[in-house]
Ligand binder design. Structure first.
Ligand SMILES: [Zn+2]
Length: 446
């Protein structure tokens, strides 16, 4: 057994097949052995998870908008990855839009990687984008290291990342299949969406303008195209629980389609969103309580694979909080730092286990982007990425403690369980109860 340079141990270590007392031996940033909790004496640093605290794999968040370069005033690699480290996230994948240039060409990808290099406190990978007319760029971007490609079926909110039609997908999908690349889809179709130039501070008016039908029809289309072209497809930020049976049927029939949902769809309910509270706006929208419970069932049954943040910040003024205009405010909720306590609080309430939560926050997102040999599990050979956290400690969200650039959040004032104590990235402590250590050590996952 190689001599470790670090041992992390606790009474509750979340391993792939169960929670156990364990010593995790680390050498040169890798997990080299799993041993009994109190076995042996080694001449190295020992980090102890005290009391009830849990040692879990570092979280993997495959849906994060960092918006840099070009819209760095919305977010940036340093601020976003500090928030990630404080939230126990050690791996994140950046979305291809809201930055300028967007990641839809090889040159755009290179610009993005240059911007991120030496500016990240956690490991960062990149999605590419499928937009009308960029099919010839896909192979090059994949060769250079994007983990897959995102497209929109409705306007994305920014002009430089146009949405695709079925005709565009018929051009791109055979190429994606040939490359064995994953296509991730913002699944709302324009048809059922009621565009209006009217203002409204009433959440129900906004919700009615983006009905479940927009998602359901988009998912129907993607199931049909995935079946026809054999492309691996993933539905991002599923909000409409009505689509769960159709996804289940497609999966059972062998269609390669998966889905994720987000903390805000699992925590909030439309009935309780106050007038003018535009911090709750995102697309697709947060729906009713009944829908929320059906999403939880979709997770429990495995139809929905995992939960990622869709961290999508913007400058506070774009939220139009003063007028409270839901129809014109920017849609997006920034929750990179809060995903663990939000999901844990809600999951525990519904009887889900630590293993379930680890699957949803670590292992399954890691598999989505083919990082499972390195990330998302405490297993020999993997990166020594850990979060140590207290599952019973409660806190009330104070927006000023969030580290991403703009603090406006619907979670302000919410009482949550689960406090992150320490975060380790490849064997190095990067966060310790409010303190960060040193330089941005995050690597580019390309
Ligand atoms: Zn997004």
């Amino acid at each position: 057994m190689p001599v470790p340079d670090l041992i992390i141990r606790g009474r509750k270590v979340v391993l792939p097949d169960g929670v156990a007392a364990c010593s995790v031996h680390v050498r040169d940033g890798k997990i080299v052995a799993l041993d009994d909790y109190d076995h042996g004496a080694f001449d190295c640093e020992i980090v102890e998870a005290r009391g009830e605290s849990i040692v879990m794999p570092g979280l993997v968040d495959t849906h994060v908008h960092i918006n840099s370069p070009g819209r760095t005033e919305w977010e940036g690699f340093q601020s976003a990855t500090l928030a990630a480290a404080a939230g126990g996230v050690t791996t994140l994948i950046d979305m291809p839009l809201n930055s300028i240039p967007p990641t839809t060409t090889l040159s755009g990808l290179k610009t993005k990687v240059e911007t991120a290099t030496n500016n990240c406190f956690v490991d960062v990978g990149f999605w590419g984008g499928v937009v009308p007319g960029n099919t010839s760029e896909l192979a090059n971007m994949l060769d250079t290291g994007v983990v897959g490609f995102k497209c929109f079926l409705v306007p994305s909110g920014v002009d430089e990342f146009p949405h695709v039609t079925e005709a565009d997908l018929r051009e791109a999908m055979p190429v994606l299949t040939e490359l064995d690349a994953l296509l991730i889809v913002h699944a709302e179709l324009p048809g059922p969406i009621k565009e209006t130039s009217n203002s409204s501070d009433d959440y129900q008016t906004f919700l009615a303008s983006r009905p479940c039908a927009a998602e359901n029809e988009a998912i129907e289309l993607m199931i049909r195209l995935s079946r026809e072209f054999g492309t691996r497809v993933h539905i991002v930020h599923l909000s409409s629980a009505e689509a769960v049976p159709m996804l289940r049927a497609a999966q059972s029939a062998g269609v390669q389609i998966t889905a994720e949902t987000c903390p805000h769809y699992l925590h909030f309910a439309a009935e309780k969103i106050p007038e003018g509270a535009t911090e709750f706006k995102c697309c697709p929208p947060i729906r009713e309580n009944e829908n929320r419970e059906a999403l939880w069932q979709g997770l429990a049954s495995g139809v929905i694979d995992f939960i990622v943040s869709d961290h999508s910040p913007c400058p506070g003024e774009m939220k139009l909080r003063e007028s409270g205009d839901f129809m014109k405010a920017w849609g997006g909720i920034a929750s990179l730092q809060l995903r663990l306590p939000v999901v844990w609080t809600e999951a525990r309430r519904r009887g889900h286990s630590l293993l379930d939560v680890t699957k949803w926050l670590c292992a399954n997102p890691s598999k989505q982007v083919a990082l499972q040999s390195r990330k998302g599990a405490i297993a020999v050979g993997g990166d020594a990425d850990f979060v140590i956290w207290n599952p019973d400690e409660e806190f009330t969200v104070d927006a000023s403690t969030l580290l991403h650039r703009h603090k406006i959040t619907p979670y302000a004032g919410e009482t949550l369980q689960g406090v992150v104590e320490k975060t380790f990235l490849r064997g190095r402590k990067i966060y310790d109860r409010g303190q960060f250590s040193g330089n941005p050590l995050g690597q580019m996952l390309i």
